[in-house]
Ligand binder design. Structure first.
Ligand code: CP3
Length: 342
């Protein structure tokens, strides 16, 4: 079994020798190697420069040794290509300068052509694959339609998502067109990454966990499902779906036909395994904050997580959300090594 295929095999629930591991946001601020590059460039410039993006994607592989690389980019890259200016203010997260306020704003949005409007994404993937020398799989990703729409309307991160929820409940026409355009964008963006050579893709519907059950079913789920259904007609590359706060909607998420569900730490992994049955693989779900503990406790928490799933295939170790900027690298290494030795 080639090392390259092994994480993908776990995603397909085919036999594997051990549990594979990677980490959401594995290339980022907790690494001094990233900060050394970051101090010279704006974040979006890094995303748009294939040589830098490929170099950053490689950093956690070289220093820590995950079983897959994820391409360095952001879920807001296609949002910018749709026509909304995005910047990252220091310590304040993303800022969208001309958020959507009405129907005409949505009409004006462009559906980007990846080869023309975001060619650096495929270029970064190709360079990263060369650096990896075909030894590990490259993961691609996109925000899901609902989470992208939420950002485009809220203008940045949000506590209560009041603007997108108001739009959902008040203005069906605008909401529907926005979802139609983001869905089209996401399918094209993911398929372009697959054509550039990613072995798997992950869809982040990070904020959909803030929806009431019925609203998830009505406003986020159909678009997740449409993206996945359309991709499945184009390719057999496995698709992972991540939602933060997915405990209440796990069974519904299975219906999207995703190959892997990436779950947050508030769900019990053993319970999740029983609930999703044989249909789908799972990824996750250690609390990123466990990595603030001592190396001993990190090892303990990692083993606890691993034991919840057991040694069957159909499991990819990860955190329950992205790694945080001030986490000690030594602890990440302890976690990854613990998984590899399990
Ligand atoms: O996983 C990886 O290593 C690949 C790269 C990646 C980034 N963002 C790089 C990044 C991926 C997969 C993302 C996804 C992403 N981006 C999500 C979905 C996953 C999640 O964490 O919920 C979301 C919601 C975003 C939007 C975004 N980008 C936010 C909210 C922020 C700021 C957050 C913060 O912690 O300050 C970003 C910035 C960002 N994206 C950074 C990185 C490495 C830090 C930017 C910096 O260097 O200043």
């Amino acid at each position: 079994m080639s090392t390259k295929d092994f994480l993908v095999r776990a995603a397909r629930k085919e036999p594997v020798d051990r549990v594979p591991v990677w980490i959401m946001r594995q290339a980022g601020r907790y690494m001094k190697e990233y900060m050394a590059i970051r101090k010279n460039y704006e974040f979006m410039t890094l995303c748009r420069t294939p040589e830098l993006a490929a170099e950053i994607s490689m950093q956690p592989i070289d220093v820590i040794g995950m079983d897959a690389g994820i391409i360095f980019s952001d879920i807001l890259v296609p949002v910018e290509a749709m026509g909304i200016k995005v910047t990252f203010e220091k310590d304040h997260g993303p800022k969208l300068h001309n958020p959507i306020t009405n129907y005409d704003d949505v009409v004006a949005l462009k559906i980007p052509e990846p080869d023309v409007d975001m060619p650096f994404v495929a270029e970064s993937i190709k360079l990263f694959r060369e650096k990896l020398d075909d030894k590990l799989p490259v993961l691609g990703f996109s925000g899901a339609p609902w989470t992208l729409a939420a950002y485009m309307i809220e203008g940045g991160g949000s506590r209560n998502y009041t603007k997108i929820k108001s739009l959902m409940f008040n203005d069906k026409k605008t909401f529907d067109l926005l979802m139609e355009k983001t869905t089209e964008t996401v399918v094209k963006h993911l398929y372009a990454q697959i054509k550039a050579g990613t072995s798997m893709v992950q869809i982040f519907d990070t904020w959909a966990g803030c929806l009431a059950y019925d609203d998830y079913v009505k406003y986020a789920f159909p678009y997740e499902k449409e993206v996945i259904t359309r991709l499945k007609k184009l390719t057999d590359v496995p698709v992972t779906l991540y939602i933060n706060g997915c405990g209440n909607i796990l069974e519904k998420m299975v219906e999207t036909q995703a190959d892997v569900l990436s779950i947050d730490w508030m769900v019990d992994l053993k319970d999740a395994k029983n609930r999703v049955g044989k249909k789908v693989a799972l990824q996750g779900n250690m609390d990123p904050c466990c990595l603030y503990g001592s190396p001993e406790s990190v090892k303990q928490k990692t083993l606890e997580t691993l034991n919840k799933f057991g040694k069957e295939t159909g499991y990819i170790f990860n955190l329950g959300h992205g790694i945080l900027p001030d986490i000690p690298v030594e602890n990440v290494k302890v976690m990854v090594d613990t998984v590899k030795n399990f």
